[in-house]
Design a protein around this ligand. Structure first.
Ligand SMILES: C[S@@+](CC[C@H](N)C(=O)[O-])C[C@H]1O[C@@H](n2cnc3c(N)ncnc32)[C@H](O)[C@@H]1O
Length: 232
């Protein structure tokens, strides 16, 4: 049986419904893989408090707290990789990138409106991402665009029925630092990377295994493509 359950072509952009680990290797070379894979963290507990936190509840329900196989970040298939990760995944993701790419930085999204919960920890007000690159795929952009951190508000989880939608200003900033023309997001979710890539004039390929999120991504990427066409 094919790993590809569906493929939707939107202009030069392609969205695949299916398993990232089976599909990403057969797509071949991309200039950048930009991914927001399932985080690995302790999302259980907090009782009634957690019920009140819509995004965290969705993360648990959709099993987005189980981590991912790092081997999907493959320097033989991409010139650079942008990888979001939870605070607790930083050591293992850094170790993988250090062994596979020439340089990397730890950047992040500083949340303007974090959940007002800290317990015996810090506020959950930062989401980290690594940008790693091989020779020839060094970070692009002006000095201002080369800041490591970007501030933005949390997108409402209910809007796309997804607990980890990345805000447009964050994804737009990341695109300013990408070298090359082709961007793949193997854990596309609702298509936030695709929307930003198309706005930046790049060619996008996305993979998502959840049919509901895939449908949302198709709608969002189609709208971004039509808006780019209208602007051209
Ligand atoms: C953290 S979310 C990405 C959210 C995305 N950045 C956005 O803004 O909408 C990770 C996504 O990967 C999908 N996913 C998890 N494992 C997958 C797999 N093996 N193959 C394809 N998609 C997968 C999940 O369904 C989820 O939508």
């Amino acid at each position: 049986m094919s790993a590809i359950r569906d493929m939707v072509q939107i202009g030069p952009h392609r969205l695949y419904l299916g398993d990232a680990y089976a599909i990403r290797p057969i797509l071949g070379w991309m200039d950048a893989d930009v991914m927001d894979p399932p985080y690995k963290f302790k999302a259980k507990g907090a009782g009634n408090m957690r019920k009140a936190r819509v995004a965290t509840r969705m993360i648990v329900e959709q099993q987005l707290d189980q981590g991912f196989d790092h081997r999907i970040i493959n320097p033989l298939l991409c010139g650079a990789a942008v990888v979001f990760c939870h605070n607790d995944q930083i050591p293992e993701v850094a170790a993988h990138l250090k062994g596979n790419f020439r340089r990397f930085i730890l950047g992040g999204w500083s949340k303007n409106n974090p959940m007002p919960v800290a317990n015996k920890h810090y506020l959950y007000d930062t989401e980290y991402y690594f940008h790693a690159w091989s020779r020839g795929f060094e970070p692009q952009g002006s000095l201002a665009e080369k800041r490591r951190f970007v501030s933005a508000s949390v997108a409402p989880a209910k809007k796309f029925n997804h607990g980890t939608v990345k805000p447009e200003p964050v994804m737009d900033k990341i695109m300013t630092n990408i070298a090359g023309r082709t961007v793949c997001d193997p854990f596309m979710g609702t298509g936030s990377t695709g929307v930003a890539a198309i706005k930046a004039g790049l060619i996008f390929t996305g993979i998502e295994h959840n049919p509901d999120h895939f449908a949302t991504a198709v709608t969002r990427v189609t709208q971004a493509y039509e808006a780019a066409l209208a602007k051209a």
